[in-house]
Design a protein around this ligand. Sequence first.
Ligand code: ATP
Ligand code: MG
Length: 805
Amino acid sequence: GSSADDELLAGLNPQQREAVTYRGDALLIVAGAGSGKTSVLTRRIALLLHRREAWPSQILAITFTNKAAGEMRERVAELVGDASRGMWISTFHSACVRILRREAEQFGFTRNFTIYDSGDSRALLKRLVKDHEADAYGFTPSAVQSRISKLKNELLDAEGYARQANMSDPAERKFVEVFTDYQRSLQKANAFDFDDLIGQTVFLFRAFPQVADSYRRRFRHILVDEYQDTNHAQYSLIRELTKPVAGKAPEPYAADGMMIFEPDPTPAPGEDATAASLTVVGDSDQSIYAFRGADIRNITEFERDFPGAKVVLLEQNYRSTQNILSAANAVIGNNFDRKAKNLWSDRGPGDKIVGFTGYSQHDEAQFVADEIEELRRAGYPYSEMAVFYRTNSQSRALEEILIRSAVPYKIMGGTKFYERAEIKDALAYLVAVANPADDMAVRRILNRPRRGIGAVTETAIGAFAEKQGISFRDALRHADGLGVGPKLQAAISRLDAVLAEAADLLTPASGEVPPATSVAEGLKILLEKSGYFEALRASRDPQDEARLENLDEFVAVARDFARNNPDGTIVDFLAEVALVSDADDLDDASGVVSLMTMHTAKGLEYDAVFVTGVEEDLIPHRISAGEPGGPQEERRLFYVGITRARKRLHLSLAMTRAQFGEVSVAMPSRFLQEIPAELIDWRQSPGDVNSRGGMRSRALNARRPGGWGSGSTKDDHFGVRALPQRDRLTPLSTAMDRFPNKVTGKVRDNGDLELAAGDRIRHDDFGEGRVEAVTGEGAKRIAHVQFDTAGRKKLLIKIAPIVKL
Ligand code: ATP
Ligand code: MG
């Protein structure tokens, strides 16, 4: 190769080099965490472009998050410059949105369709469950939602499901009824839910072979990162795109001194059928989305699905120090039914893993905050530190302490912002303009701000629309035909006028040209003229002040969007917002510590990582216990968490945790015991905590040679240890007998405190209250207390700072 070739291949090990340069129909790269899978994909794309083996428009690369897509695009651009323009590097969802935008008209949608996020779907299902009285059969909207989602991931629609379901069961019939109506409502609203984006694209390709062929001709190189987490629908999409196709797209052409990279997808005659080349990378040990239908078999059976596929294994880890890697290897080694990997690192042993056991989650959070400051003094920037947890609810205690300690942080998981009511309202205004067929959006803004339009009027509008065969939006144009009073008529007409004006500004009749009014301007006009802003400004509620600020931020998001997408329309903006996923955030996290769930952490890396809440019932999570393969998937999740760390890894837990509405006693996670004791430096081990209380610990002291690791047996088939945890570890509830109480500093032992319904007590923090009930037994007795001023609380009697009055 040329010298630039050499540059692109520089520093790669022989296996990586092979993966970058291999040319053939199918290539599978399987390797453990941090071995350069994503880097190899990036280099492969760069080399294809650099050698002019492919035009950018012929490349389709799929990443797991939009953020990962952005990083890959940037990286390729760094390597090959402008030659990278026109590639499709995106998530499955974004790629499908682009395809559906072009092709929606083929099957009864229009290009301005709305994307329903999971909150929107649930809202729709809530109405349908009610309409169909499905709750009588025990269906909740969220249960129906997850069932529908699972079926769609298997590419089953309501009809297909009905064919295989037991339709003599009335509950099944009811479910099919709701599913059918749900799909009908989406179609009527010109909307797709998240799962539809993929499923309907597959449907489109199967129903319209010529359409599929045009994409097959176009995408000649398909690359997929994190392939272990693809579900059946995503797998089918890849299968469709890699079917052989005759003819090839013409070469790109030069125009206006610029290369036009978009080939016209009409076939040149006389070519043999060929398939696109497919490269997938993955690690079955990092498969963590089985609950969303991800199927590990997609990777294990790749060679069967793509005969003649080349397989490359990578074994050197470039990310972590050996201590961290050894811990990761030891943990994942406990999963049965996996191919052993031999992951090694030449970064040296590095620092030991730091372990910490707090008395409570606040204590644990304080440790995290202190340690972050210490690392910062040692030269680690905040942006190179991350704190992980299993469930979102764990972030609250961390946030509290980080704020108090003045540590700047950001929660990764952009959806939160878009779940706020005022942001949903603003979005609904935009949707009502962009896709007037979306009744749900128009209904949402009907009385926001308050216009005196109540449920009765809403029903009247709906009935009118139904009768006339028009949309809910269009019914607003006929306020005088609704049979409502003049005041209501005026209110409805005003809303109609505001929406019509915004539509003129934002969606000009020509459709194609980007309108002169930006989305940000349009949004401001909508919120101003609808009276939404005014209502918030006039309010004295401090919450409304915060809402105004959030809306300002949202307008700023729209402005950023316009800057980054000069041709972007309102429809593009709405799609981008809808696709913001867990790991994505519209602004970056520079200069702050990142907080996120372990699921969100996939694919990322940081110098210093804190994995918190390493307790039974959290990791492995208690809901996993009953799921087949659940505990094994949790172990993979823990493996993902610890392999994000480059140099410093902290594992922490708390002995008591307020969650699920009560204070519970926590036990160290079984995964901790799987890490060789010599790799962990316990700042405060569960053993220390015990001895502080004067208790002798039988097995909790991890420092004792052979302590935690010894006596453990391999998992049985459900990933549950053969010996019950309780027999080997001192239950913390016993060890807690003499815990110093953090609030009062006194030793608290309420073990003998007799409490019964009707008793009055005083709590150090919550004041006086009346016991309503006592449940549980022994150390786990819980008092349900109605406090005079602090509301209703559940307290673990043994440790709560309470006295009987
Ligand atoms: P994960 O399984 O977590 O997704 P991965 O296999 O995709 O990890 P990468 O993220 O591509 O791994 O690489 C991990 C780190 O190792 C990155 O910082 C990357 O820059 C670095 N790296 C990869 N290959 C090499 C190499 N040959 N030389 C030096 N550094 C490398
Ligand atoms: Mg990766």
